[in-house]
Design a protein around this ligand. Sequence first.
Ligand SMILES: Nc1nc2c(ncn2[C@@H]2O[C@H](COP(=O)(O)OP(=O)(O)OP(=O)(O)O)[C@@H](O)[C@H]2O)c(=O)[nH]1
Ligand SMILES: [Mg+2]
Length: 248
Amino acid sequence: MADVAPRDERVLVVVPALDEEATVAGVVSSVLAVLPRAVVLVVDDHSGDATGSRAAAAGAVVARTPFTMGVGGAMRTGYSYAVRHGFPVVVQVDGDGQHDPRHLPELVAALADDDIVIGARFAGDDPYAVGAARRFAMAALARALSRILHTHLTDVTSGYRALGPRAVRVFAENYPAEYLGDTVEALVIARRCGLSVTQIPVRMTAREHGRPSQGVVGSVVYLGRALAAIGLGLVRRWPCPTTEEPAT
Ligand SMILES: Nc1nc2c(ncn2[C@@H]2O[C@H](COP(=O)(O)OP(=O)(O)OP(=O)(O)O)[C@@H](O)[C@H]2O)c(=O)[nH]1
Ligand SMILES: [Mg+2]
């Protein structure tokens, strides 16, 4: 892994979390071990377990939502927090422990060249295993979005992403909260607002605790809904805020 030392006090790590009491403290402490001066914001999406208190005990700032809003709603909270508190860089990390925080410095460093950096499974020697149907759906989405974004992407549903200042400003104003919007539609918005997207290979592990987000049966429905989300993102009007760098 590259030996890069980002100015980590500029980095807000946002962890969307629903019922992740088994893993969230480990995620927070392992992120802080890699980026000791970053701020970790856990958006506890009205969990029914001890997610919020465990995250706080591990050193995170915790925002608890008044009702469950979904990952997109949680990330919208995270981007607004970043803008309000002056963080130019946001990295999204899952609360279930699947994202290896050792990739954080590389993700942040790659923001020197692009507005959004996706940590992509399937791009390197990652052992992350998914069923055949879900893999097919993910590959079809990756092909569609690679064409739209004019760049080669292999894992457009990855939630492991870093965003630079222009992307943070776009998403603080405009982040799709609906199902799947937060991954695929967000990339269409990026394109529409002139943001550049790239990926770097990361390793991910299978979920050890809690509820997986999809079974194999759901993959076909998932693909249909995701393609609909892409289509909607392409035709919908998106107000793109100015992406000029603010004077500091
Ligand atoms: N805020 C919020 N977070 C959620 C919600 N659903 C899932 N998450 C979190 O989003 C992250 C990703 O969810 P996962 O269910 O792990 O999705 P996934 O990694 O695509 O799927 P798996 O491979 O099954 O783990 C985890 O940190 C979850 O806790 C939700 O409704 N609200
Ligand atoms: Mg997961």
